[in-house]
Every structure is written in C-alpha cells, then in structure tokens.
Design a protein around this ligand. Structure first.
Ligand SMILES: *[C@@H]1O[C@H](CO)[C@@H](O)[C@H](O)[C@H]1NC(C)=O
Ligand SMILES: *[C@@H]1O[C@H](CO)[C@@H](O)[C@H](O)[C@H]1NC(C)=O
Ligand SMILES: *[C@@H]1O[C@H](CO)[C@@H](O)[C@H](O)[C@H]1NC(C)=O
Length: 300
C-alpha cells in the first residue's frame, strides 16, 4: 500500500512538473493581457457578479444563524490575536485572509506586480508558504487603524474545499512520513494539530462574520474570479496578469484525492465532516467528495 502510494505521488509530482513546464513554454509564446479577453466580457462579468452575490448571501445567512464573532474585541491583544491571519496591502488598500494553499500565494504575487506596475515572470510552482515583501499583518496595527482598514479596504477571502486542503498539505510533505490515514487521525486526535493554518477551518481563521468580505474567491476558479475583481476595483486594465494555475492543479488532484479519500474509514470521514462543519455551512463547494459522499448522508 505504501509503495502504491509513493508511485501515485511521484506520478503526481511529475504531472505538476509537466504543467509548469508547459506553462513556461506557453508564456513565452503568448503574453496574455486582460484586454485580449475583452470580447466576451459582459455576460461573463454579470455571471461572476452573480456568483459573488450568491456566496455573500449564503455567508450572511450563516452569520445570522450562528452569531459568531461579529464585533472587534475591545482590547488590542484580543483583536491582534483574533485577526492574526489577516494581512493588508496598504498601497493598494487590500485586506485579505492569509491561509496557505488557497491561491493566496499567487494573489500576493499579483499585488506585488500591480504595485510596481511592471511585468514579472511568475515563478511556478510557488513555494508553499512563500511570503512576498510589501504585505503586513493587520495585527501589527493599533485598534483605531484596524477598525478604519476593516471599514475602508477591499476585503478578500480565498476559499478551498476542506478535503482538498488536507490532500494538498499532505502532498506538500507536511505529514512527516505518516500515511495519509495516520496523518488525518493525528489531526483529529490532537487539538494543537487542529489549529494549524494549513488545515484549520477557514471560518475560524478568517472570521467572515466579523470581516465583511467584498470578494469570496474560490480555488479552482481563480483565473476568472481575480480578473473580475481587477475590473471591478478599477485597477489598471492594461497590465499583464500572471496566469493562475489553480484550475489545472485542481484537476490534477482530483484522481489522487479520490484515492486518498478511500483510504479513510467512515468514522474518520464523519469526524472530518464535523471538524469542517462551519466551513461547509458558510460556503458552498461545488465539488466536494467529503460533503457529497459523507456529510450529507444524514449520519452526523
Ligand atoms: C510589459 O511587456 C509588454 C510586452 O513585452 C510591453 O509592451 C509593456 O510595455 C510592458 N509593460 C511594462 C509596464 O513594462
Ligand atoms: C494608531 O496608529 C496611527 C498610525 O500609526 C496613529 O496615527 C494613531 O495615533 C494611533 N492611535 C492610537 C490610539 O494609538
Ligand atoms: C500533538 O501535536 C503536537 C504538535 O504537533 C505534538 O508536540 C504532540 O506531541 C502531539 N500530541 C499527541 C498526543 O500526539
């Protein structure tokens, strides 16, 4: 079983390498600019706007039901602790939740580029956890500044299906030699493991009821959704944006994900449903094996 596992992972890494290589070749031939896609923009634009509205509506209804963390704590320490995952870019006035491997790494590279307004070559695959220069943690500011940034900046949250986040963390070698099943069991058993940014529920890291996010962007659809955001926020349109490869990664993961899903026992899957219940209630993930096969079957 372990051997089979390694073969799968090697094949997967090989595949990612091919993607990356193909991507470099493609980039050299054809520098895609936003304006090239201008022709079919209006219907697409409306659809993306509609998707944002649906996601925000679901989130508002979640917040009104649970009443979670809707106020900024009154002391500096509590506020800084609560908002420790939130990052700001002052120049472009963006505030976003920084959860690893949700697309936020590509996003930060885009912000850097917008900030300097020059062409950059995207280094893909971006190192897991790579942090770019000009962003700063919101928790470093005083309460007054936090409040005014929370009011006036454009706020963005990146979401990714929980089981995909787990497989991604595993494939990035965060399991320290454990099998996938052991890795999951360890997270479920150990309360200090549960809090790691790589897999802790997005709701507990990003506080979407306290922070009224303007954009909810989904891993797997980032190319279009970030493009939409750029057009709506009035950022310069004639710049070249780096290609987001999340859709390809998502596709490459799907068969591996299925394989890993079947390694888990029913009880483990049910415990994962419970662990991620807030994320599943706050956001809708159109492709979720965990949700479709386990969480909705009425057994939890
Ligand atoms: C980006 O590259 C394109 C083509 O290589 C060039 O025409 C354009 O001027 C560059 N933009 C900036 C801001 O350097
Ligand atoms: C908070 O920080 C801002 C900017 O650094 C500063 O102007 C302001 O005086 C500070 N407010 C308090 C209450 O310390
Ligand atoms: C829980 O996780 C922490 C940090 O990863 C580790 O130090 C500790 O030994 C684990 N405890 C158990 C009971 O596995």
């Amino acid at each position: 079983m372990r051997f089979l596992h390694r073969v799968f992972i090697l094949a997967f890494l090989g595949f990612i390498f091919l993607l990356w290589w193909g991507h470099l070749l493609w980039r050299n031939q054809d520098n895609l600019s936003i304006m090239d896609k201008g022709v079919d923009l209006p219907p697409m634009f409306d659809m993306l706007l509609h998707i944002q509205q649906l996601r925000k509506k679901r989130l508002r209804s979640f917040c009104s039901k649970t009443g979670k963390n809707i106020r900024l704590p009154s002391t500096q320490n509590e506020a800084s602790h609560l908002l420790s995952s939130i990052t700001v870019n002052n120049k472009l006035q963006f505030l976003y939740c920084r959860t690893p491997a949700t697309g936020v790494e590509d996003w930060e590279q885009l912000l850097e580029m917008l900030q300097e307004k020059e062409n950059v070559t995207l280094q893909i695959p971006i190192a897991y956890h790579h942090q770019f220069g000009n962003q700063k943690a919101l928790s470093l500011y005083n309460l007054t500044s936090m409040e005014s940034m929370l009011k006036s900046y454009t706020k963005v949250i990146f979401i990714r299906e929980p089981f995909q986040r787990l497989t991604s963390a595993y494939l990035h070698g965060l399991a320290g030699g454990l099998s996938f099943e052991e890795f999951i069991q360890n997270i479920l058993d150990n309360s200090s493991e549960k809090n790691r940014a790589e897999w802790a529920p997005l709701v507990t890291q990003c506080h979407p009821c306290l922070i009224q996010y303007d954009y909810i962007l989904m891993f797997g659809l980032l190319g279009n959704e970030v493009h939409h955001l750029i057009l709506r926020t009035g950022l310069p349109k004639n710049i070249q944006i780096p290609e987001f490869i999340d859709a390809k990664v998502r596709w490459a993961y799907s068969w591996l994900e299925e394989h890993m899903f079947h390694e888990l026992s029913l009880v483990q899957k049910q415990q994962l449903c419970h662990f991620y219940r807030l994320d599943f209630a706050a956001f809708r993930f159109p492709f979720s094996m965990l949700w479709d096969h386990t969480c909705t079957s009425g057994s939890n």
